[in-house]
Ligand binder design. Structure first.
Ligand SMILES: [Ca+2]
Ligand SMILES: [Ca+2]
Ligand SMILES: [Ca+2]
Ligand SMILES: [Ca+2]
Length: 305
């Protein structure tokens, strides 16, 4: 499950990946006359409940991010082999379109079963990328399948101009190994601004991947502390400008599969050595906008609402 705002109304919605039945998309309509929050489940109408040909898939991991930079949150679901994973692009009218083929995701995942996954900016160029951890659920599958294996490769996609490109082959030796992967969590465990990945394996040791990508790119780490809003500032809008380039991100929560992530946000600055300005749009009930200017790069800061 992932909490995100699919219609940019400032209220967090919930997307739930389901296994062999329709996914759920609960849209938060706000309080009714008695002050009780009303939720509409719209997955069928929004075209995120099933595959393009109307079949329920075996949803495992899930996440949300604006992967193409159009200002709308998109959704991702990992499914099992032959089903292909779902990359649901937000059309802006509470409907989505599965663009997994157009982004090379469907082709890369046809024989894979996915679990943990996360959108994050691994190279600090300011654009969110995608990491997938995979493994077949049946540990006897090698005995009766010619194509599908119990241990499967990790996949890394780099975002380029709103398009995902499979860069796994050049991403390091871990990407040529096979794993019975399940959970995946991201976090900057050395506090150097490069987000690492930890993967839980079924019946085996976890794998901890140090991130050496994006050398030379600068970053700013943010710990947001809500006072009027929720303490972790889930639902905060973050907009920053560095070197004349502006980016935005929504602080979602949840995502992946049976995993919890580093709650800090790392903002990629590319070659810019400072942040010209940063705006935090705190979630309700305050809805306050806080603006900071001329922030030095390559460090973590705490911003309190
Ligand atoms: Ca919403
Ligand atoms: Ca989008
Ligand atoms: Ca990136
Ligand atoms: Ca790191």
């Amino acid at each position: 499950m992932v909490a995100t705002d699919i219609n940019n109304d400032g209220r967090m919605d919930l997307f739930v990946a389901n296994d062999t039945v329709q996914n759920f998309l609960f849209v938060n309509r706000g309080p009714d006359a008695r002050g009780k929050t009303k939720w509409d489940e719209i997955a069928l109408a929004a075209e995120v409940g099933f595959s393009e040909d109307g079949r329920p898939r075996s949803g495992m991991g899930v996440d949300a991010a604006d992967f193409d930079g159009d200002g709308r949150q998109d959704l991702f679901v990992a499914n099992v082999d032959q089903e292909m994973f779902s990359l649901y692009k937000n059309a802006g009218d509470e409907t989505f379109r599965d663009v997994a083929f157009q982004n090379g995701v469907a082709q890369a995942t046809r024989l894979l079963s996915g679990w943990g996954l996360k959108f994050f900016d691994y190279d600090n160029d300011g654009l969110v990328d995608l990491f997938l951890a995979n493994g077949h659920p049946d540990d006897m599958i090698d005995n009766y399948s010619q194509q599908v294996r119990y241990r499967e490769p990790l996949l890394l996609f780099h975002q380029e101009n709103g398009h995902l490109r499979n860069v796994s082959a050049g991403a390091g030796p871990a990407f040529s190994k096979m794993f019975p992967a399940r959970g995946l969590a991201v976090g900057d465990f050395e506090n150097n601004g490069r987000i690492g990945v930890i993967i839980g394996n079924n019946g085996g040791a976890p794998v901890l991947l140090r991130n050496r990508a994006g050398q030379g790119n600068h970053w700013l780490g943010l710990k947001l502390v809500g006072t009027k809003c929720n303490r972790d500032a889930i639902g905060a809008g973050i907009t920053w400008s560095a070197g004349g380039v502006r980016h935005s991100r929504l602080k979602n929560n949840g995502g992946s599969y049976l995993s919890s992530h580093d709650p800090r946000e790392v903002l990629g600055l590319g070659a810019a050595a400072k942040v010209d300005w940063l705006e935090i749009h705190w979630p309700q009930p305050s809805g306050r906008v806080q603006r900071l200017t001329d922030l030095p790069a390559d460090r973590y800061i705490t911003v309190t609402e």
